[in-house]
Design a protein around this ligand. Sequence first.
Ligand SMILES: Nc1nc2c(ncn2[C@@H]2O[C@H](COP(=O)(O)OP(=O)(O)OP(=O)(O)O)[C@@H](O)[C@H]2O)c(=O)[nH]1
Ligand SMILES: [Zn+2]
Length: 379
Amino acid sequence: MQIFRHPAADDDTGIAALAPRGTEKLARARGDLRMGLPVLVTDGTRSALVALVEPLSDARLAALSSLGPVELALTDHRAVALGAHPAPGTGSVMRLPLARVGTAAAIRTMAGGMATLAPVTPVPPAAAEPGSDLHAAAVGLAKAEELLPAAVVVPLGAARAEAARLGLLTIAAGDILAALGTSASHGRVSAAPLPTDSSETGRVHVFRAEGGGREHSAVEVGQPDFSQPVLVRLHSACFTGDVLGSRKCDCGPQLRAAMTTMGDSAGGVLLYLNQEGRGIGLANKMRAYNLQDAGLDTVDANQWLGFDDDQRDFRIGAQMLHALGISRVRLMTNNPAKIARLTEHGIDVVERVPLQVGRSALNAHYLATKAARSGHLLP
Ligand SMILES: Nc1nc2c(ncn2[C@@H]2O[C@H](COP(=O)(O)OP(=O)(O)OP(=O)(O)O)[C@@H](O)[C@H]2O)c(=O)[nH]1
Ligand SMILES: [Zn+2]
């Protein structure tokens, strides 16, 4: 198989081909922010230094606050949890000016990092105001890195020239928001045969996002006929359920039941999407589990941390199916959102195949919440 190259790589010619493109600029900004480095974000005439709350150090926080007033960019879900915004939240981004900056640890606690329901430093009611594109870009990047969805934002006036001399990356908020809003293109980079417990003939195909993003895989079980509707399972990673056999969810039994059914029938394709914790990442999922142990349900726990209840992008699954040459599927799922997203992106879902396995006393509340609040179908 030829190594996949993203078509956009050929857009520029001559020396211009060396310059970073939109998704590459975004990947650089994400890398710097994940390390704890601030990035200079511009929006028309405005600019601000942005640093993510989770990797923030006290030294960098002190340096940032010496350049201007510090604001916390966060979602309205988190602002509701702090008492700084009336419920309910819709997922929009807010700005919360910090009268007293304090320590990086205190800001992490405000952003939900301690994952307890204990009250944090009181914030005046309605202190959070709608954020600008600068704030939306900052929170969007934090979510993309699966970190706490919060950032410190320091609007710059005269200090802009000083900040520019520090060698920090500069990026336009509009470029960030445009790149975050588009699903990165995913190309197949390798494939190899893999016999499994479900079928001795099988094949794993690995896909990689443009701009160095996460890898996802498609597992062919048996030898499905791609000219007919293919039995497909669109499965989001669950380390605790798939690997450890957690009893808190139904993921592990669903994964194994899907592969067994494919192996016992005419074959199928399991799309294993690297979207741990409905897209919030493993670290945040463990934070959400602590909150669930303290009494919140799975939806409220996500929102308490500032996330939407489901952060996944199922367009990736549609891209992978197109790349494999599959256009008609029998989809194994209880989640209507998966059917809707695949259909919107050109996949004909000719049948939904229910996948209700692995129910137990320990996950009954979790499954009932998904049915009541997230539209999942029950038997
Ligand atoms: N944030 C969060 N994620 C969870 C929790 N429990 C399980 N998950 C994640 O939820 C996702 C479940 O994925 P799937 O089983 O593919 O999807 P689904 O939406 O349940 O839909 P179907 O199983 O297809 O009906 C995985 O990414 C899990 O890691 C939880 O309590 N909180
Ligand atoms: Zn799970």
